[in-house]
Design a protein around this ligand. Sequence first.
Ligand SMILES: Nc1nc2c(c(=O)[nH]1)N[C@H]1C(S)=C(S)[C@@H](COP(=O)(O)O)O[C@H]1N2
Ligand SMILES: [Mo]
Length: 230
Amino acid sequence: MEESEKLKRVVEARMKLKSRFEEKIKQTPSVADNKPMGSGKPNRHGMPVIPVGQTETKKWPVLDLGVQPDISLKEWKLVVDGAVEHPFELNWEEFMALPQTEDVSDFHCVTTWSKLNVSWKGIRLLDLAALAMPKEAATHILCYGYDDYTTNVSLEEALKPDVLLVHTAQGQPLPKEHGGPVRMITPQLYAWKGSKWINRIEFLTRNRLGFWEERGYSNTAYPWRNDRYS
Ligand SMILES: Nc1nc2c(c(=O)[nH]1)N[C@H]1C(S)=C(S)[C@@H](COP(=O)(O)O)O[C@H]1N2
Ligand SMILES: [Mo]
């Protein structure tokens, strides 16, 4: 597809998706809960800045399954498929040519540390979804990492404007140990919902559990509900 054609399609489809999911997004716990658990001033989406049971860290710990895949930009690719009208595959150049978003958000790990105000640059999951256009029946995504990690996210969470596939953190290329070249981030859910070394996003018409979700972590992962384990 031609680049200008692609961008035009993204802009139109983004609007459609926004209105399709607007109400559902407003009703998600990390936006709608009127008695959220946590402490401190309201954060960017109205929740107390430190979720219940979390402690702020200035460091950035590394959590993985014991493998940190070494993916060169040349071999890196992203597959977007499943319950979508237009499945596609992007290489690095094509990915970087998509509309870029910069954002600052917080990172809450289920092991009780929170890292606040991380600046990110990347592509909105919303924009990737706009390019693929989820079918009416689509409800979730399952994200796959190059390390065979998987994690599932509902569309009303995944299509929030702060959910990004990031290639840059704090102004530097995302380090390999944190999921570089590209990882997903989910600031309104525990951080395990963001796959490092992301390689594939499959749209689903029914929920399917990911790696940790199958091993007792919460399906939903709401930090302000202390929703860690199922
Ligand atoms: N591909 C992949 N993504 C992953 C993981 C993983 O092991 N593999 N760990 C998850 C967990 S449990 C957390 S807390 C965060 C940790 O990200 P960090 O190592 O950058 O702090 O990544 C999540 N994404
Ligand atoms: Mo984690």
